[in-house]
Design a binder for this molecule. Structure first.
Ligand SMILES: *[C@@H]1O[C@H](CO)[C@@H](O)[C@H](O)[C@H]1NC(C)=O
Ligand SMILES: *[C@@H]1O[C@H](CO)[C@@H](O)[C@H](O)[C@H]1NC(C)=O
Ligand SMILES: *[C@@H]1O[C@H](CO)[C@@H](O)[C@H](O)[C@H]1NC(C)=O
Ligand SMILES: *[C@@H]1O[C@H](CO)[C@@H](O)[C@H](O)[C@H]1NC(C)=O
Length: 380
């Protein structure tokens, strides 16, 4: 199957960073067993807060309470993505980049301070091709029903379809396939990467889970901290239907993504102004996404900020006894991994790519891949 570009795309050379990038729209056939919930889509901000209070309640599992059954959802959806390669041609190694809640694919290549906050620039400079996509339902990817349709596992199936097409050279607009495909996620995008490789252990050659742990104790901090409101009450997000939620104010984005003293106030303004929504269906399904053992056999690297709120409660270095840090509890979930390494980025918060420590984060990701036999080898 060949995928085609259905939107205008531009091929341009970013001279300063020596990369060629192309925006693509890729139709994918996806299918997943979604939850059917006994819940009306929140219709105003009172409903949104009530929903968050229900979902974050300790000692309860609201998803379980409202889950009526599962039903298969299938469809063909347009995915927006940006593919970049070194200016001397494609690498044989592509990194598939999946962003988290509150952002879109620009998380990996922020148009802020002339590319100083660009993971893509560093990866391409190291010889990799990169493929960053907007999660299904978000930003320039096709939107859908925020309760029944845009849920975690349908997005994971989009990641599967994109990965298979990339490896085989079946994405129209990208000239070749790839011998090596690795996956780098952030936050919810790391959860998708985890779920993808738990379901299809052979689909990836290496995974990097940034802003991640499997300790669900702190999800409520994120839900309460986000001060969520209907996205369509924010001018920039007016086109979204009810059931898509956005951070309520700049302080909410600060709480969930930025650590004290670790960021430029101008990038907080940028992050809030360009914030992207999350759906009620995503919030109902993200808790169940990483509960199963993952038999992935390649190298696994977790990269989390010391002061990450959603995955460490603000302190990754206060683990349960016997562990060096909270994310290291994932070791037992990866019984077959060739290597399992956790890197804690000192002082950083959850939004790693936007903090002063981003160069440490980027080199941690790229150095690990090279050290585990996944460095790029340019095509002759
Ligand atoms: C929250 O839960 C209560 C019951 O505990 C229910 O009556 C209410 O409809 C729920 N509201 C939302 C928006 O989920
Ligand atoms: C980019 O980062 C470098 C090194 O930290 C700094 O010297 C430079 O001023 C930054 N450029 C911009 C446009 O912010
Ligand atoms: C809550 O219930 C859902 C649906 O059954 C399940 O997938 C999830 O793992 C549960 N969460 C916890 C923390 O037990
Ligand atoms: C999550 O981390 C907290 C703090 O270290 C710890 O008390 C709790 O047992 C951890 N939960 C799990 C499931 O590992």
């Amino acid at each position: 199957m060949k995928y085609s570009i259905v939107a205008a795309s531009s091929l341009f050379a970013a001279i300063a960073s020596a990369k060629n990038c192309q925006d693509l729209t890729i139709p994918v056939d996806v299918s997943a067993r979604n939850g059917v919930f006994n819940l009306a889509t929140p219709a105003n901000n009172i409903d949104v807060t009530n929903f968050i209070l229900n979902l974050s309640q300790q000692g309860a599992n609201y998803t379980q309470e409202v889950l009526r059954k599962y039903a298969t959802v299938s469809g063909n959806y347009n995915i927006a993505a940006t593919y970049c390669e070194p200016d001397n041609g494609p690498s044989e190694h592509v990194q598939v980049l999946t962003h988290g809640i509150g952002f879109d694919r620009a998380y990996w290549d922020l148009p802020f301070h002339k590319g100083n906050y660009s993971y893509v620039n560093d990866a391409v400079a190291a010889g990799y091709s990169t493929f960053a996509w907007d999660r299904l339902g978000i930003a320039e990817s096709e939107h859908g029903d925020p309760l029944s349709e845009i849920q975690a596992l349908l997005e994971v199936d989009a990641l599967r379809a994109l990965t298979v097409a990339l490896r085989a050279g079946n994405v129209e607009g990208i000239s070749s396939g790839f011998d090596v495909v690795t996956h780098v996620g952030h936050s919810f995008g790391s959860q998708h990467t985890y779920a993808l490789t738990a379901m299809y252990p052979d689909i990836s050659d290496g995974i990097t889970l940034t802003g991640f742990s499997q300790n669900g104790s702190f999800a409520g901090f994120f839900l309460i901290g986000g001060n969520f409101i209907q996205a369509n009450t924010v001018a920039a997000l007016a086109d979204y239907p009810d059931g898509y939620f956005a951070a309520g104010d700049k302080s909410a984005a600060h709480t969930n993504f930025f650590a004290p003293g670790q960021f430029d106030p101008a990038i907080l303004r940028y992050a809030f102004k360009n914030g992207q929504p999350v759906t009620v269906g995503e919030l109902l399904t993200f808790g169940g996404e990483t509960g199963s053992v993952n038999n992935f056999a390649g190298p696994v690297h977790i990269v989390t900020g010391e002061r990450d709120v959603p995955y460490c409660g603000g302190n990754c270095l206060a683990p349960p006894s016997g562990l060096p840090n909270i994310p290291s509890s994932s070791a037992t979930f990866f019984p077959n991994a060739e290597d399992f390494t956790v890197s804690i980025i000192p002082d950083a918060g959850h939004g790693l790519n936007l903090e002063y420590s981003h160069p440490t984060t980027y080199s941690s990701i790229i150095d690990y891949l090279a050290q585990h036999g996944l460095g790029p080898h340019e095509r002759a």
